[in-house]
Design a protein around this ligand. Structure first.
Ligand code: ATP
Ligand code: MG
Length: 570
């Protein structure tokens, strides 16, 4: 494989944010050997979510725009929480988003040996030591934000003794917590991260890649800085919570000037979205407590959930470009994400007709047994999408909502005596309403005007309402899952007094099992999202079968963001 980065296609032109400005300046000043090399470093302890998409678009985007490279690095230093299932999902999701890491797929665990050597070097140079305090004592000695820490009694241990101990730690001679390797920096540093941070700890745990080879594992800060340096990273982009770790990051990098990279850490604000939680820990909890149907439940803010729901990579990349990157924390309206989804789907989604809550219509003056094929436009936004044939027959179904026996004002749909157009078909008039013994409407009797076919006749009669419909003879029964936002509060979890899961939207999934869809949809497979005319966007789900398709509602047609924007511009 080549080192060339194939880009995700034409992304919307990004303005020069503060990170791209730094990179521009670095290139002009000739820093980092005029190279740009970034990485996306997820920990394989969960599935990627829309917050990660922001980081992916940023890291791969910057690399591509500046002619550089971006690595995929699995940051697998915590054996107990990680799994190959997560590794596979991460690779699939980054690829699906449209990014290519070429042959640069790396694992922090591949560097364990070199990280160990680095720790040994630090001990030799008097820059690290093996500490034998307990975890509790270490915490106690560390001090607080207002009080300096105290030196461990083992801080001045002879380096040779530390070298023997680290080797024995590695051999698995000690139980978890018996010793740790610590950097020897400054126990009085105002920044707590510099108070002799732990570099390696004992963990008798099986690792999904290295098996039982290691009994000690590097800490995040040590592993992350060394991985960046080993891979020749130039710009190490991370979220703001790591700002206080930057002095430690720099300290570690400075200890190893011979490594390929001299990376610079730059922090940006993480994505926060309304009505959404973006924390793998919380998402894992929802999965484990079975409050959702897995990581790819279409209600989840995960990439895999969004894919299953019918979101497109283009829409997600467009959203990431719109929100940009900045240094200050902000909360993004989830309506903006939905807006990006609608905008892209409006351009590309094939149209089809489906009836969610069917009401039978019999056209009394239409010949019994006749089926007529009518031409329907696949996508009015895309002339190349062509047309398809939709069967029309004497018995049809329309949406229950599209009929009122006693219509309110401005109801332009069907009611007794009124005329509407059936999309791509004829104008019909309602002549009678048939009810069951309980008084519920079970069928409408209508008459059609044979001269109004397709609505293409010149000088045609105009009617105010156009309804979607399906042929009773040819429609397929389908299950439709109507999804809504997973949480009913804007910032779930913001209130510490209750558990975030209590704020879940109990109506986030409604299953309609007796929907009817036009026959062409029997062929629908996951990967294409459709617009059901007048209803919204719907994605075929892998749970379905040709005789019983299943569709997930991606998003309704109502665009609350467009409304917000119009109000702002007014
Ligand atoms: P979480 O907070 O969901 O557990 P994490 O930061 O622990 O996420 P990692 O796997 O370490 O998850 O993240 C990989 C990369 O994605 C990191 O560089 C991290 O900064 C970035 N990232 C994670 N969440 C967000 C977010 N909400 N917005 C932007 N970037 C994010
Ligand atoms: Mg993390």
């Amino acid at each position: 494989m080549s080192d060339a980065l194939t880009n995700a296609g034409p992304a919307p032109a990004a303005p020069l944010d503060f990170i791209r400005q730094i990179v521009t300046d670095d290139l002009e000043a000739g820093r980092h050997g005029r190279r740009v090399h970034t990485r996306f470093p997820p920990e394989p302890n969960g599935y990627l979510h829309i917050g990660h998409a922001k980081s992916i678009c940023l890291n791969f985007g910057v690399a591509t725009e500046f002619g550089g490279l971006c690595n995929l690095r699995l940051d697998d230093t915590n054996p107990t929480r990680e799994d190959v299932e997560y590794v596979d999902s991460i690779r699939r999701d980054v690829q699906w988003l449209g990014f290519d890491w070429g042959d640069r797929e790396y694992y922090a665990s591949d560097y364990f040996e070199r990280m160990y050597e680095c720790a040994v070097t630090l001990i030799r140079n008097g820059r690290a030591y093996v500490d034998s305090l307990s975890a509790e004592e270490i915490r106690e000695y560390r001090g607080t934000l207002t009080q300096p820490g105290r030196n461990s009694p083992y801080r001045d241990r002879d380096p040779d003794e530390s070298l023997v101990l680290i080797e024995r730690m590695r051999q698995g001679e000690f139980p978890d917590g018996a010793h740790v390797v610590r950097a020897r920096i400054d126990m009085a540093a105002p920044n707590i991260n510099l108070r002799d941070p732990t570099l390696f700890r004992i963990r008798h745990a099986h690792h999904h890649r290295t098996g039982d080879r290691w009994r000690i594992y590097p800490m995040y800060d040590f592993a992350h800085a060394l991985s960046d340096a080993l891979e020749g990273i130039t710009h190490s982009l991370c979220t703001l919570e790591f700002e206080d770790h930057r002095p430690l990051y720099n300290w570690i990098i400075e200890q190893f000037p011979d490594l390929p990279g001299d990376p610079q850490q730059i922090e940006f604000a993480r994505l926060n979205l309304t009505y959404t939680v973006l924390s793998k820990r919380k998402l894992l909890e929802l999965v484990e407590r079975k409050m959702v149907h897995g990581w790819d439940d279409p209600r989840m803010p995960t990439i895999s959930g969004m894919r299953r729901r019918g979101y497109t990579p283009e829409a997600i990349r467009d959203f990431c470009a719109r929100i940009g990157v900045a240094k200050n924390e902000s909360l993004i309206d989830v309506a903006l994400l939905e807006h990006s989804v609608r905008e892209h789907l409006n351009r590309v989604a094939p149209r089809a007709m489906a009836v969610l809550r069917p009401l039978k219509v019999v056209i009394e003056n239409y010949p019994e047994g006749q089926v007529e094929m009518l031409e329907a436009i696949n996508n009015p936004e895309d002339a190349t999408a062509g047309t398809r044939q939709v069967p029309f027959s004497r018995e049809l179904y329309i949406e229950q909502d599209d009929f009122r026996e006693e219509p309110p004002k401005k109801f332009f749909r069907l009611f007794p005596g009124n005329e509407v157009r059936l999309r791509y078909a004829y104008i019909i008039r309602c002549t009678a309403v048939i009810k069951n013994d309980a008084g519920a409407i079970v069928e409408l009797r209508c008459r059609y005007d044979p001269d109004t076919r397709g609505g293409s006749v010149a000088g045609e009669r105009r009617v105010k309402g156009t309804l979607h419909w399906v042929s009773a003879a040819r429609a397929r029964r389908a299950e439709v899952r109507l999804y809504d936002r997973l949480f009913s509060t804007e910032q779930p979890g913001i209130d510490d007094s209750r558990h975030f899961a209590e704020e879940m939207n109990q109506a986030a999934l409604e299953t309609v099992s007796d929907a009817l869809v036009e026959p062409s949809l029997a062929e629908a497979r996951p990967g294409t999202t459709y617009q059901f005319e007048r209803l919204g966007y719907f994605a075929p789900d892998a749970d379905g079968a040709p005789d019983r398709p299943v569709f997930n509602r991606t998003v309704t047609l109502r665009d609350s963001w467009a409304k917000i924007e119009r109000a702002q511009n007014a």
